[in-house]
Design a protein around this ligand. Structure first.
Ligand SMILES: [Zn+2]
Length: 120
């Protein structure tokens, strides 16, 4: 998972230069090193097609948002929805391992903490 910000849609000259130097140090021919570095410095949005809507609530995604390229499906979530979903997923794991009562107890505390952290 990654946090997608405005910066991910901008050219990153420093990243391009760093990649270029790394390529040269690795013995890559200069023209190939430059081409690879240019791709590396391009905005993430050039190569990645981000979802338009939030997986959880269905609302339109706005920057910043959480993105996960999964197997066969890419997931985009509002920050608040990512917090809610992550807690709900963990709740299911706790129920599987320790039972429903303990999961409910854990969930009620974790849910309020996760939402509070996002709101701050
Ligand atoms: Zn959402």
């Amino acid at each position: 998972m990654a946090l997608i910000t405005k910066k991910d849609f901008e050219h990153d000259a420093a990243k391009e230069e760093e990649r270029y130097k790394d390529n040269l140090e690795a013995g890559c021919p200069e023209d190939e090193a430059r081409t690879d570095a240019q791709h590396c410095g391009e905005p993430l949005g050039v190569y990645e097609r981000f979802p338009d809507d939030c997986l959880l609530c269905g609302g339109k995604l706005v920057i910043p948002f959480v993105f996960w390229a999964g197997q066969g499906a890419d997931i985009g979530l509002h920050i608040e929805c990512a917090a809610r979903l992550s807690v709900a997923l963990k709740r299911d794991v706790v129920e599987h391992r320790y039972g429903r009562d303990r999961a409910q107890q854990w969930y009620s505390q974790a849910k309020s903490e996760a939402v509070r952290e996002v709101v701050q």
